[in-house]
Design a protein around this ligand. Sequence first.
Ligand code: NAD
Length: 282
Amino acid sequence: MNIQTIGIIGAGQMGNGIAQVFATAGLNVIMHDINEAAVRGGIATVTANLDRALAKSKITAEDKQATLSRIVGSVELSGLAEADFVIEAATENLELKQSLLKSVDALIKPGTIVATNTSSISITRLAAHMSHPEQFIGLHFFNPVPVMALVEVVRGMQTSDETVAVSQELAKKAGKSPILVKNSPGFVVNRLLVPMINEAVLALQEGLAAAEEIDAGMKLGANHPIGPLALADLIGLDTCLAIMEVFYRDFNDPKYRPATLLREMVDAGYLGRKTKRGFYQY
Ligand code: NAD
């Protein structure tokens, strides 16, 4: 399959990062958002990222111009009719994604693969709304997209082998290292990472050790680059809680119950770095 043009839905944090990596790889990108300010903001973010790379001599001024010239912003969803591969990276909301995908389904060229960057919604469930569920897949990028090497290629129950193969190749083309994962809540990385963070909060709650000691333990004893509580502050405690709630509900297993301290901190509005207070003060 000859993929020249990537359609991206959502110009937010993830959408503009995905646009940047594909444009850098030499593909054309149509970046759609319903919000015109978001389209402008997305392009401004890519420009700022490229300016930083230019200042560090990682790219040339020509590279920067060439990359930017390959990204077209659009507030019209119909622009995606030109795309050979579509990646949905809009707000994390089931109804919104279902309705968007229905509209996308009606306008794409035959054979176009549609991927979603969702973190928590079932790929199988979203695929069921497409007229070609075998051409639907999860492509789960990590934040910040230009920096993080991983993409989880998430196979729904209906996803075909060809869709998987094309998506793996495309992720590699964007300079990423894909891992193949079956559809399941949290896929692989969040499934392992977020319960570990929750366990660290339980350890703190039980008075096992102070936050600094828990984090130092995992840095020095398990070679983690950042401790679990500092990482929770970076991700956002509200996001960590929301992910644990999805696991608890979808697996129906008490081992995923969120730590009461995590819920208490979220109730207090102590969400981590973004509110300048979480397990640490910023
Ligand atoms: P964001 O809020 O930064 O961006 C979402 C964008 O979607 C906004 O610009 C918004 O205007 C746009 N949007 C909303 N409704 C739309 C519609 N109907 N049509 C077109 N655009 C619409 O969010 P984000 O962090 O970029 O997350 C996007 C997706 O990526 C979510 O599904 C999220 O779960 C997933 N994700 C996020 C992260 C992360 O760390 N932020 C990591 C992996 C995956």
